[in-house]
Write a protein that binds this ligand. Structure first.
Ligand code: GRF
Length: 225
């Protein structure tokens, strides 16, 4: 089964998927493309240094808008979707993709919009996202810091991480895997963050496997090697 992973940063969640692909943790699955919206994302280096190397693509929003006057963020999202569809994935994993995907992006991946010049896959490509908060908590960026602060102020009882299906509203899709991460007494943010990331690296592999097991690949990956 074919995975496309979208990243923007250090790519430690991507690394967890690279290490798990084609192992008992994530059998018969390989990452066929990594897309980043940030040129400096270390995740691009992780993909290139994988064995075998994983193809990467960089498409930044601002450079795209500058190079295409009159085009909008929605057009950019369509170009990202085009890159993704061309890789013919069975699943797209947003692993630290710091960009709110638009409805247009999802329409292409759902198959409700076919891009001219692109093969028609005739099936929906599911999209999942990892978010370092519990369902309904701290949507958007800096969720870890915001959660940690709220916990210290007694505004929340519990913190955690989840992988959820991606829908048009940010961080609001159906949760697939949710794990609480308790804050230890007197623990600093950096220690808590480190422990939270370790939980992320587990659930991103588990959630990917869970969704792939639901997906009937319409072709074997050898068709495209
Ligand atoms: C992770 O904490 C993820 O939950 C959030 O951004 C971070 C990405 O980290 N969306 P990395 O790039 O996978 O190391």
């Amino acid at each position: 089964r074919r995975l496309v992973v979208l990243i923007s940063g250090s790519g430690t969640n991507l690394q967890a998927l690279i290490d798990a692909q084609n192992t008992a943790a994530l059998p018969n699955a390989q990452i066929v493309l990594v897309v980043s919206n940030r040129k400096a994302a270390y995740g691009l280096t992780r993909a290139a240094s994988a064995n075998p190397p994983i193809p990467t693509a960089y498409l930044g929003l601002q450079p795209y808008l500058k190079a295409n006057p009159g085009k909008t963020r929605a057009d950019y999202d369509i170009e990202v979707a085009r890159l993704v569809v061309r890789a013919k994935p069975d699943l797209v994993v947003c692993a630290g993709w710091m960009h709110i995907v638009s409805g247009g992006f999802l329409d292409v991946l759902k198959g409700t919009v076919v891009l001219e010049g692109e093969d028609v896959l005739g099936r929906e490509i599911p999209v999942i996202n990892i978010h370092p908060a519990l369902p309904g908590q701290f949507d958007g960026a800096h969720a870890i810091e915001r959660g940690f602060e709220a916990f210290q102020k007694g505004e929340v009882e519990k913190l955690g991480v989840m992988v959820h299906r991606v829908i048009a509203e940010v961080d609001r899709g159906e949760p697939l895997i949710v794990r609480e991460v308790e804050v230890r007494k007197g623990e600093e943010l950096d220690e808590y963050t480190r422990r939270l990331h370790e939980v992320e690296w587990e659930i991103i592999v588990q959630a990917t496997r869970k969704v792939l097991d639901e997906v009937k690949p319409s072709y074997s990956s050898s068709d495209f090697q």
